[in-house]
Design a protein. Structure first.
Length: 68
């Protein structure tokens, strides 16, 4: 854990690292995914339209993004 703390303290101030990180957040992690209307649930609830974001389309798999 100490090694990770030292590395984190170094990298969080490294402009080259931050620029590369931001690139991947924008173009890989943050790439757009679609929405799908949940017709049956919308009808069942009888009011608001219910939509879901299809995160399984995310680059590298959503589990890597949301469970990191």
């Amino acid at each position: 854990v100490e090694d990770l703390t030292i590395l984190f303290e170094k990298l969080r101030r490294d402009k080259k690292f931050i620029k590369e990180r931001d690139y991947y957040f924008k173009n890989w992690v943050g790439s757009p995914t679609s929405f799908v209307k949940l017709e049956n649930l919308t009808q069942h609830l009888g009011g608001a339209q219910i939509w879901a974001k299809v995160v399984s389309e995310a680059n590298g798999g959503a589990h890597k993004i949301y469970n990191a």
